[in-house]
Write a protein that binds this ligand. Structure first.
Ligand code: CA
Length: 232
C-alpha cells in the first residue's frame, strides 16, 4: 500500500510517515497543496491523507481538483477539531472520510484500511509496458521477456516512476521525495544502490538478449528510462 501524506506540519507529517512505514505502508510526503496535487495526479497511490489547511492550496481544493480530473484515489482529510464546516465541505469535495486533529494513530490506520477496502475506480494505467518489460501495478508484479522478475518495493516504485515518466530525466531529489518519502533522509548512495539493483535485475531478465530498455544516468542530475529500438 502506497500512501501520500499532504501535511505542512513537518513534525506531524514525519510522525505519520514513520508510523505508517512501521505498519508496512510505503509513504510519500508533500508539504504543500499544489505539489501534493501534482504528486497525486502523477502517481498511483492507494490512499491520500490530506490536511485541510495547507500552503499554496487547501486540502479541499486539492481533492476537488483530483475528482474533477477523474482521479478517485481514496482520501482522508485531516481537519481541526470542531471544524464541522470543514468536515462537511471536505466530504462534499470528494474526501472519503475525515479525521479531526488531534487523532490517535490507531484510528488513522483503521480509517486508512477502511477507505482502501473500497474498490478503486482509478482512471490510471494499471499495466505499464516498455520494451519487453511489463509492470502490473495492481499485482505489483514485473515480467521481463515473459518471465516474472522479483523486485524489492523501492526498486518497483523506481521502475514504476521511470516508466510513467519515460524519457524525462528525474532528479535524485525528486526520486528521494517520491520513493522514500523525503529528501532529508535519503543519501545519494541509497538511491544509487537501488538504481543499480534495478539495473542488474533488468539485465538478468533480458537473459543475454539485447536489452530494449535501459536506465540512463544523467551525470549530476538523475536518471531517465530509455527504450532502445531493436535493430536486426
Ligand atoms: Ca496544516
Amino acid at each position: 500500500m502506497w500512501v501520500l501524506i499532504v501535511e505542512d506540519e513537518i513534525r506531524l507529517a514525519d510522525l505519520i510517515r514513520r508510523g505508517l512505514e512501521a505498519e508496512g505502508f510505503s509513504v510519500a510526503v508533500s508539504h504543500d497543496g499544489v505539489e501534493g496535487e501534482e504528486l497525486a495526479a502523477l502517481n498511483r497511490y492507494d490512499a491520500l491523507i490530506v490536511d485541510w489547511r495547507l500552503p499554496k492550496q487547501d486540502g479541499r481544493t486539492l481533492i476537488k481538483n483530483l475528482r474533477a480530473a477523474g482521479n478517485q484515489v481514496p482520501a482522508i482529510m485531516l481537519t481541526a477539531l470542531g471544524d464541522v464546516e470543514h468536515r462537511v465541505a471536505g466530504l462534499e469535495a470528494g474526501a472519503d472520510d475525515y479525521l479531526p486533529k488531534p487523532f490517535s494513530f490507531e484510528e488513522l490506520v483503521a480509517r486508512l484500511r477502511a477507505v482502501t477496502r473500497r474498490p478503486p475506480i482509478a482512471e490510471f494505467d494499471h499495466i505499464l509496458t516498455a520494451g519487453s518489460v511489463v509492470v502490473n501495478c495492481d499485482r505489483r508484479s514485473v515480467e521481463i521477456s515473459g518471465e516474472p522478475e522479483f523486485l524489492r518495493p523501492k526498486e518497483f516504485a523506481l521502475l514504476e516512476m521511470l516508466l510513467r515518466r519515460r524519457g524525462d530525466v528525474i532528479s535524485r531529489s525528486v526520486l528521494a521525495e517520491r520513493i522514500w518519502g523525503s529528501a532529508l533522509y535519503v543519501t545519494d548512495n541509497v538511491i544509487d544502490v537501488t538504481v543499480s539493483g534495478l539495473r542488474s535485475k533488468l539485465n538478468a531478465g533480458f537473459k543475454g538478449t539485447t536489452p530494449d530498455l535501459e536506465i540512463v544516468t544523467v551525470r549530476g542530475v538523475g536518471y531517465s528510462l530509455r527504450e532502445i529500438e531493436k535493430t536486426s
